[in-house]
Every structure is written in C-alpha cells, then in structure tokens.
Design a protein around this ligand. Structure first.
Ligand code: HEC
Ligand code: HEC
Ligand code: HEC
Length: 415
C-alpha cells in the first residue's frame, strides 16, 4: 500500500509499497508528476493552481470546478475524484464538458493527479492509493485496414442520413466533451482547433481515425482518447462532415473563384517534391516542416497531410496561411523589459515564463521577470507571399506531392 499524508503542507510517508519497481516511491517525484500531468491536461480549464481560472474557462457553459477549494475537497472522497477523472463528468451526473481521461492515463497517473489536487487544497486529507494500481497506460488497439474499410463503406452508404447525423450531433453537443475544447459556431472551448470547418479541412476517414485514437497519430496530443465506440465515432464523423457553420466561410468563394486554376491544373508529385525540398528555391518548405523524419520543426509535421487534409485546405495553407492557424502554432510577440521584441511560436506557458520556438527553429525560454508585455497574434509564422512567388504550376506540383504523403492504412473516399 502507498500512503501520503499531508501534515502542515509537507508530504510524509505513511506506508510502504512492496514489489512493483515501477511505482515511484519518492513523494516529491509523485507530486511533480501529478503537477506535470495537471499542466498538460487540466490547467487550460481548471487553472494552473486549480482555481478554476484556466484561459479556456470563460468559453464554457459550465464553470470548471475550483479544485483548490477546501470546501469542495472536503466533500469528495479520493474514490469519487478518481471516478470523475477516469470516466468523465457525464458518467457521474456532472457536466459532460469535463472529459474522460481513463482511456489515456494510467491508474497510477490519475492517482498522482489526485495527490496533486489534494496538495493544491492543502486540506490535509490522507491519500491512500489502493493496492494493485496499474502503472501502464491503457492501450487501445490500433485501427486496422478492415476497420477503415468498414468505416468507408458505412460512410458511403449512410454517412449523409439525417438519423446518423442527428445522433452524432447529440453526442458532440450534449454527451461528449468535444465542446469543452472545440468551438462550433460561437459555442465551445479553444484548446483544440475550431471545428466549424471540419468538412473543408479534414477528410471523413481522418476524422473517424483521429477521434477513435488520437494518441496513435500524435502520442503527446492534449486531446484525450474519449473511449468512443466505433458506432459513436462514425456518427460523430458524419455530423462534423455535414456541419454548416452559421457564418459563411470565405474559402468557398476563393475555391470557386481565384483559386480554381490551382485545383484544376494537373500537378506532378516528383516536381513538387523537388520544389518542396530545394534549399535554394523560393519555397524551401522542408526548412520548417518535418516529413518522415526529415526537415525542420518550426511548423507542424506534414508526414500524413495527404491522408488527413483535403486538397482545398492544403491549397489554402500555402496561399493564405493566416486563414487557419494550426492548433499549437499561435505566435506570440513579447516586449522585454530591456525594450527588445521577441516573436515565436508559443509552445508552453507557466509561472516561470514562456517556451517559444523562434523563426530559426530554436527553442527559447523567456522568463516572466524579463517580460514587460506580450500579445498572441493572428498571423502565421509561415511566409504569406507564396501566392506571388510561385507559379500556378508549381503550386499544383506541391499539392500533388503533399497528396502523396499518406498513411497506408487509411484509404480515402475523396480526392
Ligand atoms: C475542457 C475543460 C476541462 C478539462 C480539460 C478538465 N476539466 Fe475537470 N471539469 C471541467 C468542468 C466544466 C467541470 C465541472 C463539472 C460540473 O460541476 O458539472 C469539471 C470538474 C472536475 C472535477 C470535480 C467533479 C466533481 O466531483 O464535482 C474534478 C475532480 C476535475 N474536473 C478534475 C480534472 C482533472 C484532473 C483534469 C485533467 C486530467 C480535468 N479535470 C480536465 C472541465 C474540464
Ligand atoms: C481536452 C480537450 C479536447 C477534447 C475533450 C476533444 N478534443 Fe479534439 N482536439 C484537441 C486538441 C488539443 C487538438 C489538436 C491536436 C493536436 O494537434 O495534437 C484536437 C484535434 C481535433 C481534431 C483535428 C485533428 C487534426 O488532424 O488536427 C478533430 C477533428 C477533433 N479534435 C475532434 C474532436 C471531437 C469530435 C471531440 C469529441 C468527441 C473532441 N475532439 C474532443 C482537444 C480536445
Ligand atoms: C518559415 C517556416 C515555414 C515555411 C518556409 C513553410 N511553412 Fe508551412 N507552416 C509553418 C507554420 C509555423 C505553420 C503553422 C501555422 C499555420 O497554420 O499557418 C504552417 C502550416 C502549414 C500547413 C498546415 C498544416 C496543418 O495540418 O494544419 C501546411 C499544409 C503547410 N504549412 C505547407 C507548407 C508548404 C507546402 C510550404 C512550402 C511551399 C511551407 N509550408 C513552407 C511554417 C512554414
């Protein structure tokens, strides 16, 4: 058994563990681990210190609980806390906006979160971790070709049916925690990308694959695995693909107007690859993007954009990068106390300051005590003038090349 006691703010051993070498025993290490997990998965809603004041809180219909509140903590047993973190709000008659984490984190990690939350409240309750707590994260089976084939078949036959779309809508709006982190029309959180444009940006197969198991594609994503069953995942994909935002989207006009020439020109993927990689060329995309282990990391990895993104979205990314800023790539402008401007992509933010990646791809930490002012910006770090620099044919070649960057298990119903 593993016990923690909080005595005047300090952890003291109250028990011992036997066997399991993977169980951390140093209370300080467990607390640190809980803190790291909390910052990665919880702080955007609950606030860094659990005060209910994360940046995302103001966009939610239900206030995230002030976890540091001793009165709240006194009312909840550790088992209750475990249950809500593991199974999500909806399962315990709380708001569906509180996500499910039991399909993403190990039991041990959830206990370390509880220990951290108790620590925030400083209310002196002893945390007794039950015996036999699993230290491995749950593994959800990877999707297979046949899973994907059966989705494509279902989608082609039933994906537009009102009944399916409505079931998906109910799940997204009222049952699952999607709106805790994503925006639809004016509603919802800002942790992940705005989903108003899901049908323009993503291929249906990708939505299905991603929401079924985000961690296989990006192991460190902040989107938890929500434990969706295949039926749930497919109706959600059907709903998102059919979703028509209230505000009309400009991309439709651009595609049917000015940009038609790019989409109708036939591209050559081989030439596109050369343009993409040419260090002397105007595009030099690989300077900033990783493809299959090669290239820079200023921008997002593009190893499978041919599977996940539509051609229209890829075209827009090249011609008008400011239109949609990829989640996690917002730029920040910092004015230091010495009067120097620093700009870069904000990767992390905490008490000590900001972690950014600057234009040369260098990681930098800017301590808070050096900062006078800062501002998040609406422009992309990606150059905005490719439309003028590249010929129509070159853009078509680039599109053809990006289209070859695929994940073999996911075949696509649209081109
Ligand atoms: C998208 C926003 C969001 C994220 C991310 C989030 N929560 Fe919550 N959480 C909420 C909301 C909203 C509530 C309020 C639920 C209610 O009172 O109905 C809540 C409630 C809770 C509660 C109290 C439930 C109760 O018993 O009343 C706990 C404990 C909790 N969250 C822990 C966590 C932990 C730990 C994490 C990270 C692993 C986390 N939350 C991540 C939104 C979020
Ligand atoms: C706790 C927050 C959270 C919840 C809950 C959540 N997401 Fe996400 N989602 C994210 C984040 C963050 C990203 C960006 C992922 C990345 O790049 O790592 C994302 C990305 C996505 C994407 C785009 C994937 C891509 O290729 O970039 C889709 C589609 C999506 N989520 C759908 C959903 C749906 C549908 C639900 C509900 C069933 C949901 N999400 C629940 C945080 C969340
Ligand atoms: C100076 C660095 C830089 C260069 C050069 C660059 N990009 Fe980007 N790119 C970025 C950044 C940063 C983002 C994320 C911000 C955004 O969405 O605009 C991005 C986003 C993208 C996206 C969207 C990815 C997604 O899934 O959301 C695509 C596609 C893309 N770039 C393709 C290209 C292509 C093709 C080229 C060459 C013609 C190129 N980039 C050149 C920095 C760069």
């Amino acid at each position: 058994m593993l016990c923690f006691a909080l005595i005047s703010g300090a952890f003291v051993w109250a028990g011992d563990i036997s066997g399991s070498p993977s169980t951390p025993t140093d209370p300080q290490i467990i607390l640190e681990r809980g803190k790291r997990l909390f910052q990665n998965y919880c702080a955007h809603c609950h606030g860094k210190y659990g005060d209910g004041d994360g940046f995302n809180a103001e966009f939610l219909d239900k206030d995230p609980t002030k976890l540091s509140n001793p009165e709240f903590l006194a009312k909840r047993s550790n088992d209750k806390l475990f249950r809500v973190i593991s199974e999500g709000g909806a399962r315990v008659k709380k708001s569906h906006l509180m996500p499910v984490f039991g399909h993403t984190l190990s039991e041990q990690e959830i206990w370390s979160l509880i220990i951290f939350i108790r620590h925030l409240g400083k209310n002196g309750v002893m945390v007794t971790v039950p015996e036999g707590v699993k230290s491995k994260r749950p593994i959800r089976p990877a999707l297979t070709r046949s899973d994907m084939a059966s989705f494509s078949k279902w989608f082609a036959e039933k994906g537009q049916e009102k009944k399916q779309v409505d079931t998906g809508k109910l799940l997204v709006m009222n049952k699952k925690s999607c709106l805790g982190c994503h925006q639809l029309n004016d509603e919802g959180g800002r942790i992940g990308p705005n989903l108003n444009r899901a049908s323009t940006n993503y291929k249906p197969e990708w939505i299905y694959a991603w929401i079924s198991n985000p961690q296989i594609f990006r192991p460190d994503t902040k989107m938890p695995n929500l434990g969706l069953g295949p039926e749930e995942a497919r109706v959600i994909a059907a709903f998102l693909v059919s979703f028509q935002p209230e505000e009309e989207d400009e991309i439709e006009n651009k595609i049917s107007g000015d940009w038609k020439q790019y989409l109708s020109a036939k591209g050559d993927p081989k030439r596109g690859e050369k343009i993409y990689n040419d260090p002397e060329g105007t595009a030099n995309c690989s300077k900033c993007h990783l493809v299959k282990g090669q290239g820079g990391s200023v921008g997002p990895e593009l190893s499978f954009v041919g599977t996940s993104r539509t051609r229209e979205f890829l075209l827009e990314s090249i011609l008008d990068p400011d239109a949609v800023i990829t989640s996690g790539y917002k730029t920040i402008l910092i004015l230091t106390k010495e009067g120097k401007f620093i700009t870069g992509i904000k990767k992390n933010e905490d008490d000590s300051g900001f972690d950014i990646v600057d234009k040369n791809g260098k990681d930098r930490h800017i301590p808070r005590n050096r900062i006078k002012k800062f501002k998040t910006q609406k422009v992309s770090t990606m150059p905005g003038n490719f439309k003028d620099l590249l010929e129509t044919q070159e853009v078509a070649d680039l599109l053809a090349y990006l289209g070859t960057l695929t994940l073999p298990i996911i075949t696509s119903s649209i081109e």
